[in-house]
Design a protein around this ligand. Structure first.
Ligand code: MF3
Ligand code: CO
Ligand code: CO
Length: 254
């Protein structure tokens, strides 16, 4: 990754950015117990929009490169960037990823979760649980002096050992004053490769894991990303800070 330079954030910047990250995490927490069969994804958008705006912040997705809503809602075979829509009604047994990004005091905070809708098949629950574990393995690979490739390798190893595949076309990213900054954080790769991690760097880890094959395709709307083979996909995301002795998850609710 020669050529990519990443400027670590100062202690003062980190403290302010943490506030945006906490707000994003609290927004996701607010949705706990509020996602049920029969609800449509526009209702999720409304809850998220009102909460973020009500706290004096801005929902980063809204108008981002023309994205029309305040949050991404991605059910089942939708990998990411699903557009909330009153005609998308969640069914018992579905899963839905809700990806919240806040802009507060000039910093972005980005986090997502895959929610279960009603009673979900064990096979699908296993996908969701494994995807969470993939994100955590990636996070646990973060340490000063480590490399970006250590993160991707940890994620890929667990995903593939579980019989799943890792989406390649979308990745984690640096975050701070901009929604998407350098570096790109791939969710696959080789240990000991990529840029060296330094205290003060902030980036997301957000693996998208498919039950079937890895390739994706984008709908006519220019946003909605689907698995090519129609298999279901799950995702989890946190914003992470590299600390002096490891990592901090910045997108925590309390
Ligand atoms: N929140 C997404 C991410 O994790 C990006 C969404 S971009 C949007 O990077 F325009 F679709 F909102
Ligand atoms: Co992100
Ligand atoms: Co996100």
């Amino acid at each position: 990754m020669r050529g990519v330079t990443v400027k670590p954030k100062s202690q003062a910047e980190i403290e302010i950015m943490r506030e945006s990250c906490v707000l994003a995490a609290r927004t996701l927490q607010l949705l706990e117990g509020k996602i049920y069969p029969g609800m449509n994804t526009e209702e999720i958008n409304r809850i998220v929009h009102e909460y973020i705006v009500g706290h004096g912040a801005y929902p980063s997705p809204l108008n981002y490169h023309g994205f029309p809503k305040s949050v991404c809602t991605s059910p089942n075979q939708v990998v990411c960037h699903g557009i909330p829509d009153p005609s998308v009604v969640l069914q018992d047994g579905d899963i839905v990823n809700v990806d919240v990004t806040t802009y507060f005091k000039r910093f972005h905070g980005d986090t997502n979760r895959t929610f279960l809708v009603g009673e979900v098949r064990p096979e699908v629950r296993k996908l969701v649980d494994t995807t969470y574990e993939c994100m955590m393995r990636g996070i646990e690979a973060v340490r000063p002096g480590g490399r970006l490739g250590d993160i991707g390798h940890a994620i890929q190893t667990l995903a593939e050992a579980s019989g799943y595949s890792v989406v390649r076309e979308y990745c984690g990213h640096g975050i701070g004053y901009e929604f998407h900054e350098d570096p790109q954080v791939l969710h696959y790769g080789k240990p000991g490769t990529g840029i060296r991690l330094e205290p003060g760097m902030t980036f997301t880890i957000e693996p998208m894991i498919n039950m079937g094959a890895a390739p994706t395709t984008v709908l006519e709307d220019g946003w909605t990303v689907l698995t090519r083979d129609g298999s279901w996909s799950a995702q989890f995301e946190h914003t992470i800070l590299v600390t002096d002795d490891g990592y901090e998850i910045m997108t925590v609710a309390d």
